[in-house]
Design a protein around this ligand. Structure first.
Ligand SMILES: NC(=O)c1ccc[n+]([C@@H]2O[C@H](COP(=O)([O-])OP(=O)(O)OC[C@H]3O[C@@H](n4cnc5c(N)ncnc54)[C@H](OP(=O)(O)O)[C@@H]3O)[C@@H](O)[C@H]2O)c1
Ligand SMILES: *[C@@H]1O[C@H](CO)[C@@H](O)[C@H](O)[C@H]1NC(C)=O
Ligand SMILES: *[C@@H]1O[C@H](CO)[C@@H](O)[C@H](O)[C@H]1NC(C)=O
Length: 377
């Protein structure tokens, strides 16, 4: 049996789903000769580490208890007493412990540090473990979208890092772009609808509904972030666009991306409550967007909220696209990415499907971990 020890950073919706997938895939993995050993799990305040990192890792029963406790809102540290075989670390000591495990396992059996947090603070520990020979798998976009130097440090060990779930959740977007690059086929343009929420909003707009009504409905259906401005700002799409642009070798920062926000700056979270925004701020864009939909339609086009990576520029916002294209045909909350290159010049390589959700995201993370198996003893 090949053993893959992992440390999981972050135990929210995605992290917990990953633990559940790991448990339910035990028999499939064992048929493939693989066993994933969870040796540590962290949340925002602490890190639990199994005593016998060299042997079995945490038991499935304990991992299930972690999932239950975290979904009930308890911090990890409350679980210490439930397992006689764990130690708890906080703050600086948590980082030191992870680095210590990486130095003992990184160069020998191997270790994967899996970032399912939503934090910008994991970058330091990721850089350290990576330089010690460990593998890094991310669902968290922030470590890849901060300083370019940090991105390059992580990406330098390209054989040991996977981040498929950061763009399009479980969809093979990063893998496809990487393959096209590896084949020496120059990519000239990537266009992607990378927000399920904004994809839904744009296709509803096309049906003639008012923007404010659509967003309010989307919120009540649970399609948006708790504050819909987090989706409407375009920031999440910009992070995904930045990851794709950097994958193409562009040395750009988040600040180099032109982002069109779908709310006016005077209605931002700093100056208006969410309730006021939903009741008043939101409708300010209704007329303008209705007009833009009509103008596009006269030309046989539709509006999509996309990131466009082309000619050394990455733009995020509303674009007019031909009705008769993969993006133009998009309905509902799917993600769609079109990749244009010399080989895919007239007919782009298209990747489409559900691009969000704990389940698909965690499945993508698990596939990334398994993809690294050759690096483990
Ligand atoms: N859900 C999706 O559809 C989706 C799709 C693609 C990518 N992602 C990305 O996947 C990541 C996880 O998403 P999620 O929905 O699971 O988020 P979430 O529910 O907010 O969970 C985040 C987890 O990270 C923990 N955390 C915060 N700071 C930390 C730190 N410094 N070190 C270690 N853990 C820390 C939190 O701890 P506490 O429990 O103590 O708060 C929480 O357990 C995010 O980066 C998200 O952008 C999500
Ligand atoms: C993801 O998990 C979180 C936390 O358990 C939950 O609130 C959210 O509804 C889940 N999202 C989906 C799409 O299942
Ligand atoms: C991006 O930010 C880094 C600092 O992290 C800086 O050194 C670099 O010049 C910036 N690049 C551009 C293109 O602005």
């Amino acid at each position: 049996m090949k053993s893959i020890p992992i440390i999981l950073l972050g135990c929210g919706g995605v992290g917990r789903q990953l633990l559940q997938h790991i448990i339910s895939c035990r028999s499939i993995h064992s048929k493939q000769g693989i066993v994933i050993k969870v040796v540590g799990v962290s949340d925002s305040t602490s890190l639990l580490v199994s005593d016998d990192i060299m042997l079995t890792g945490m038991e499935d029963e304990f991992l299930t208890a972690i999932c239950h406790a975290k979904s009930a809102g308890s911090p990890l540290k409350f679980l210490l007493n439930q397992s006689g075989h764990c130690q708890l670390f906080t703050e600086k000591e948590a980082v030191e412990k992870i680095v210590a495990i990486a130095s003992s396992l990184g160069g020998t059996t191997g270790l994967a540090v899996v970032d399912c947090s939503a934090s910008g603070e994991t970058i330091d520990v990721l850089k350290q473990v990576s330089s010690l020979g460990s593998c890094v798998v991310l669902a968290n976009k922030k470590p890849l979208t901060c300083a370019i130097e940090d991105f390059e440090k992580l990406a330098f060990h390209f054989r040991r890092i996977r981040f498929e779930s950061t763009v399009g959740a479980g969809l093979p977007v990063i893998a496809s772009v990487t393959r096209v690059i590896s084949s020496g086929d120059p990519i000239s343009r990537i266009v992607g609808s990378l927000s399920g929420t904004l994809g839904y909003v744009m296709s509803e707009l096309e049906d003639g509904k008012a923007f404010s009504e659509i967003v309010r409905a989307a919120k009540s259906l649970g399609y948006t972030e708790p504050d819909p401005r987090d989706d409407l700002s375009g920031m999440d799409v910009a992070r995904k666009g930045l990851i794709l642009a950097r994958l193409l070798g562009w040395r750009i920062n988040l600040t180099d991306i032109k982002i069109e926000s779908l709310y006016l700056s005077e209605f931002g979270p700093d100056s208006m409550s969410m309730e006021d925004f939903l009741a008043k701020g939101l409708s300010q864009l209704d007329e303008k967007l209705k007009e833009r939909v009509a103008i596009a339609s006269l030309k046989g086009n539709v509006l999509r909220y996309v990131c466009v990576i082309q000619d050394s520029r990455c733009n995020v916002g509303i674009q007019e696209l031909p009705k008769d294209s993969a993006l133009g045909r998009l309905r509902g909350s799917d993600n769609v990415v079109e990749i244009y290159s010399r080989c895919y010049e007239k007919s782009p390589l298209v990747i489409q499907g559900a691009g969000a959700g704990n389940d698909t995201t965690a499945a993508g993370v698990l596939a990334d971990i398994i993809d690294l198996q050759d690096l483990f003893a």
